[in-house]
Write a protein that binds this ligand. Structure first.
Ligand SMILES: [Zn+2]
Length: 166
């Protein structure tokens, strides 16, 4: 995100030479640099003890396709904590084990997305308002439903399957 004004004190930012980073936007009042960094997100493939994959229908993202769990990382939490929290919030599933897969850069929204697999034991759904529908899919049927256009769900599913040899 490119800053012009300080989000804390609202003063116009100047620039400061910061080591190897070169010229960086800087608030003189707050003595704080603002790097042109993407927002941090997690992208999570949830898989249960029957090797079924949990997909979400979120109409604000796509009216036709299903995606994996995703969400912004809160300031103060680790990527792994964000994975556990987002899976619980969006699906009601309790994460038992997580595995890192790969990261993705999502240009349209300037996001850096850390991709994980979350292993769960199937529990009743308890989804947030942001989730319109939830369903366990067999791995072989995922390709018919998963979002691949303007969405990282498809590539994250592919990479996860490769990693798990499924
Ligand atoms: Zn400031």
């Amino acid at each position: 995100m490119k800053f012009s004004y300080c989000p804390i004190c609202r003063e116009k930012l100047s620039e400061k030479n910061i080591g190897d980073e070169g010229l960086v936007k800087y608030c003189i009042s707050c003595e704080r640099p603002y790097f042109d960094s993407p927002s941090s997100c997690v992208e999570v493939l949830v898989i249960n003890e029957h090797n079924q994959v949990l997909l979400l229908k979120q109409n604000y993202i796509s009216k036709t396709h299903w995606g994996v769990v995703s969400g912004y990382v809160n300031n103060g939490e680790t990527l792994e904590e964000a994975v556990v929290r987002e899976v619980l919030e969006e699906t009601g599933q309790q994460v038992e084990k997580i595995q890192y897969v790969e990261s993705y850069y999502f240009k349209p929204k300037e996001l850096i997305m850390a991709g994980y697999i979350a292993f769960v034991k199937e529990r009743p759904f308890n989804n947030s308002n942001e989730v319109d529908d939830l369903k366990w899919y067999e791995i072989g049927e995922i390709n018919k439903y998963i979002a691949r256009i303007n969405n990282m769900s498809g590539i994250h599913f592919d990479n996860s399957m490769r990693l798990l040899n499924l």
